[in-house]
Design a protein around this ligand. Structure first.
Ligand code: GLN
Ligand code: ZN
Length: 772
């Protein structure tokens, strides 16, 4: 036995790497498999080749310990469900007959079996499949995927560290299976789950793993003392196993808070901690518990979820402090690199000067390696890298590109008054009633209509130069014409133009705003085979010219009913983009809000009386720690109001949110001061209407009566019944009738039928109202 007293040289590592391949080969192979064009063997071989290519690339870049098991055909939480044998009963037969098809069935559903629910992975834009557990769940170990991927990496002669979702996080992310009482606590299954993890760990050890990483990001959220003691029990159990690899418990996305002393005391061999952004507080907290003497600390100093170059000197200084706090210190990104695009060097259209400020997964890997080298051998060893990093940072800090004096002056001049409508809601609503003349229970939709194959073809044709702008715009106009005439025939009250011209509700605006960058290859996994290219908020934001006015006014020219203008709100613009890290988020939000305010005002000036500013991301952008909520909600609601407060009292401002669970932000919804809000509600039977009522929400609301996530057509009777339920919470003068969300993913036939039923339901229920 050797006891190592002197610090071992720092190792460079990552927790995970983009899975899709440089040309999204994985997406293509999987979708090909679904369509029967790619065989299972070809899919497996292609996937193995992508894994090997990633490991070779990481090793060649200087990463000492590569991650394994982070690869996934769909989602790593679903992989964990398979690993612990928690396949829901309705999928078990299919999974037993064919593991791969059963896996995809859990992810996507089949004719007979619904998929697992999908939800956001903490506050990222990645979505995982929610484990379904119950008192009868029997866990069994299925380490095959983890073991075989480890062996693949070891076969390349690499040092490899399997990465697993930890048992506590797995249970905390789970929900009661269908039919299980809602108050069932999946964490109560911990003692049953731990032996299964023990078995997997033993198998990984036998297969050659020196270290295994267990990811516990759920511990960066506010946790009850019961949950913390469960974590303590879990790691006491796993840590005291005799036949086990060394254990590295990882957390990321925020600070550990009360969970830090719990993990620091646990009999595990190391911790991986995030030291970026609000997780920087981990540093003082670690010192306060006396560090990790004799243990390994993996320091996440390179931001794994944003795309800016690291400040190497600052990271080195953090690392130097950490050196005194652990037996050894290794260097990593704050989280898996899954959340950033692959390679900034592929971007041909971004100015070279700006490109130097960007670091995608490949560039971050190089930063990690440089930092590990600097830590191990002293800064002289990385003098060249430090000098060029310093130059890149200085060029960004001093660049006139990022700063627009006019935008700054305008942003600084903003006062409270700018973020407030000129009249309070009761006066506005009277003016709007007179101006719009809508019936009780007015009907409307959320904005988008089906994005047909023809529209996608038109966009592809335009991009490929097969058609010109004029021809493209004719096709958009034709689509708008169809949408308007359908809505008139169906009898909707407030119409929309249908968003035919928009590829994506954020990208569409980002492309038109100065200060935003869009990428050509910056794909990031959103879920399964769906990848998005989040735009980059790179500089001060302004709006050189109107963005939506001509389409809205064109739509309005076709009808005498009001057409609702349709914009994406400032919070959502930030949430679905990579944000600046050189100024507070609230400042960026304010700039975007002012640009949108110009658009709102221009829409009004062009004759638009109803304007909707969508904020579907308001709830999901809530920080992970409750103490951080008030600051966020203050700037977020102010930004929304700033974008919508420049209009006349008789112009009606709508907003829209989806994804349920509004309970904890009702006050913020109220603070938006929108005249009308439409919300997702169909599946929860108007729960949100009751929540708004309980809060005393004073304005108009449209809890959705048509679940647009399913091709199912709601009957008139069903929609009417939901409306009656809504009316028990919200009076008729304030209740709107609309679907849960936009219709862009739906087909025309079900959209037509559903909206006709929705209008019929509104008419029936109007007829039931006693004349007041
Ligand atoms: N107006 C958008 C639409 O209808 C809203 C989308 C959303 O809420 N995600 O598509
Ligand atoms: Zn929505």
């Amino acid at each position: 036995m050797t006891t190592r007293t002197a610090a071992a040289p720092a190792r460079a590592t990552v927790y995970g790497y983009p899975r899709q391949g440089p040309d999204r080969e994985l997406k293509k192979a999987i979708e090909g498999y679904w369509k029967g064009r790619v065989t299972a063997d070809a899919l497996r071989a292609g996937a193995a080749e992508l894994r090997r290519a990633n490991w070779r690339e990481l090793a060649a870049a200087g990463i000492h310990e590569v991650p394994t098991g982070d690869f996934s055909y769909y989602d790593h939480v679903l992989d964990t469900t398979v690993m612990v044998g928690a396949i829901p009963a309705r999928h078990r037969a299919a999974a037993a007959a064919n593991a791969l098809d059963g896996y995809f069935a859990m992810a996507r559903g089949t004719q007979d079996a619904a998929p697992l629910e999908m939800t956001k992975w903490f506050d990222t834009n990645y979505h995982y499949l929610v484990p379904e557990l119950g008192p009868d769940t029997v866990f069994t170990a299925d380490p095959a995927k983890q073991v075989s991927e480890l062996k693949e990496a070891l076969a390349l002669g690499l040092t490899a560290r399997p990465v697993l979702v930890g048992p506590v996080t797995y249970l905390l992310l789970a929900k009661p299976a269908p039919g299980v009482p809602a108050d069932f606590d999946p964490l109560s299954l911990l003692d049953r789950l731990l032996p299964v993890y023990a078995e997997v760990l033993a198998d990984l050890r036998a297969a050659g793993a020196e270290w295994v990483q267990l990811d516990e990001p759920a511990l960066v959220q506010d946790r009850t003392s019961d949950e913390l003691s469960a974590a303590s029990r879990a790691y006491r159990h796993l840590g005291t196993l005799t036949d086990r690899p060394k254990l590295l418990v990882a957390s990321y996305f925020d600070r550990l808070g009360d969970a830090l002393p719990v993990l620091a005391k646990a009999p595990v061999d190391g911790l991986a901690l995030d030291f970026t952004e609000s997780a920087a507080a981990n540093l003082d907290a670690l010192a306060a518990v006396g560090g990790l003497p004799g243990k390994r600390l993996v320091a996440g100093v390179v931001n794994g979820r944003n795309i800016w170059v690291n400040d190497l000197e600052q990271s080195l200084s953090t690392l130097a402090t950490l050196l005194g706090l652990a037996g050894r210190v290794d260097v990593a990104a704050s989280c898996s690199l899954l959340h950033v695009p692959l390679d900034a060097a592929l971007e041909q259209d971004i100015e070279p000067q700006i490109l130097r400020w960007l670091a995608f997964a490949k560039q971050k890997t190089a930063e990690i390696v440089t930092l590990a080298e600097g830590l191990a051998q002293g800064t002289d060893a990385i003098a060249g890298e430090l000098a060029s990093n310093r130059a890149d940072l200085a060029s960004r800090a001093a660049s006139p590109i990022t700063r627009d004096p006019a935008v700054r002056a305008r942003t600084e001049a903003v006062t409270d008054v700018d973020a407030r409508r000129s009249q309070p809601y009761p006066e506005r609503t009277a003016a709007q009633r007179a101006h719009l003349g809508l019936p009780l229970l007015p009907t409307t939709t959320i904005g988008s209509f089906p994005q047909t194959g023809e529209l996608r073809t038109a966009r592809a044709d335009l991009r490929a130069g097969r058609i010109g702008t004029a021809a493209y715009e004719e096709r958009i106009k034709a689509a708008i014409g169809e949408v308007i005439s359908f809505q008139e025939k169906a009898g909707l009250d407030v119409l929309v133009h249908g968003e035919a011209e928009r590829n994506d509700m954020v990208q569409y605006f980002a492309e038109q705003l100065t200060g935003y960058l869009t990428t050509e290859h910056g794909w990031v996994q959103s879920y399964g085979t769906r990848y998005v290219r989040p735009p980059i908020l790179a500089a001060d934001i302004s709006r050189p010219k109107p963005m939506t006015v001509r389409w809205t006014t064109y739509a309005q020219s076709l009808t005498s009913r009001p057409v609702k203008g349709m914009l994406t709100g400032p919070v959502t613009m930030l949430a679905w983009s990579f944000v600046r890290d050189d100024q507070p988020l609230g400042h960026t939000a304010r700039q975007v809000a002012l640009a949108l305010r110009d658009e709102v005002n221009d829409l009004e000036a062009a004759g638009t009386s109803v304007i909707q500013v969508d904020e579907p991301a308001l709830r999901e952008t809530l920080p992970l720690r409750a103490t951080d909520h008030p600051a966020y909600l203050t700037w977020a609601t102010e930004a929304f109001r700033l974008s919508t407060s420049g209009v006349r009292p008789d112009t009606q401002i709508h907003t829209h949110m989806c994804y349920a669970e509004f309970g904890d932000i009702v006050q913020a919804i109220d603070d938006l001061d929108a005249d009308v809000i439409s919300l997702e509600a169909a599946r929860s039977h108007m729960q949100v209407a009751r929540e708004l009522a309980a809060h005393g929400y004073p304005r108009q609301a449209g809890p959705g009566v048509y679940d647009i996530h399913s091709p199912r057509v709601p009957s008139t009777g069903e929609a009417a019944e939901l409306l009656r339920t809504g009316l028990r919470a919200i009076p008729a003068e304030r209740l709107w009738v609309n679907p849960d969300c936009g219709l862009k993913t739906r087909g025309w036939p079900e959209t037509r039928a559903s909206l006709e039923n929705l209008v019929a339901a509104a008419r029936i229920v109007r007829g039931e109202l006693s004349p007041s």
